[in-house]
Design a protein around this ligand. Sequence first.
Ligand SMILES: Cc1cc2nc3c(=O)[nH]c(=O)nc-3n(C[C@H](O)[C@H](O)[C@H](O)COP(=O)(O)O)c2cc1C
Length: 155
Amino acid sequence: MGSTAEIAQAISRELDATGHSVAVSEMKGIDSVEGYRAVVIGTPVYLAAIEKEVAHFVTRHRDGLSRIPVAAFAVGIAPVDHRVGSVEDVLEKLRASLDPVKPVAVIMFAGRLELTRMSFVQKTMTGLMKVLTGDFRDWDAIRAWARELPALLKA
Ligand SMILES: Cc1cc2nc3c(=O)[nH]c(=O)nc-3n(C[C@H](O)[C@H](O)[C@H](O)COP(=O)(O)O)c2cc1C
């Protein structure tokens, strides 16, 4: 619902400001990772699952991704509401989705959950889960991770 994409944009802006050339794209829109020196993959978490597209992307670009460093971030409300599950569990699932790629860094950021953006089914589901709603994105934490990325990706 847009919050992961906005985090990707914020990471991109931060990298851009430190002189790195960055392209932000939906995973489905990438035909080849040829020419990229590193990849940062972002995914929201829905019903305790990582977007299937992450594993699809890794399968499609397995050879290319084996030659360049990869970092990944998950977005959800687990960091602020443990009733939906633990951050460690999400990070484990994220690593499993990336397999056989071994990421140089993985992190989970708090996301945004707004009732006005949800379908009836989603409202019912989140109502049942009694989860926190709101925008919990910590832009300082996001920018701080982005600033660490060049060194992590180089290592
Ligand atoms: C139906 C539904 C299920 C969700 N399930 C989880 C969950 O299991 N764990 C979690 O941490 N966040 C969960 N969330 C919160 C989303 O991950 C969060 O709203 C995120 O910021 C959405 O990213 P997006 O805006 O890029 O789609 C759920 C949200 C919805 C609407």
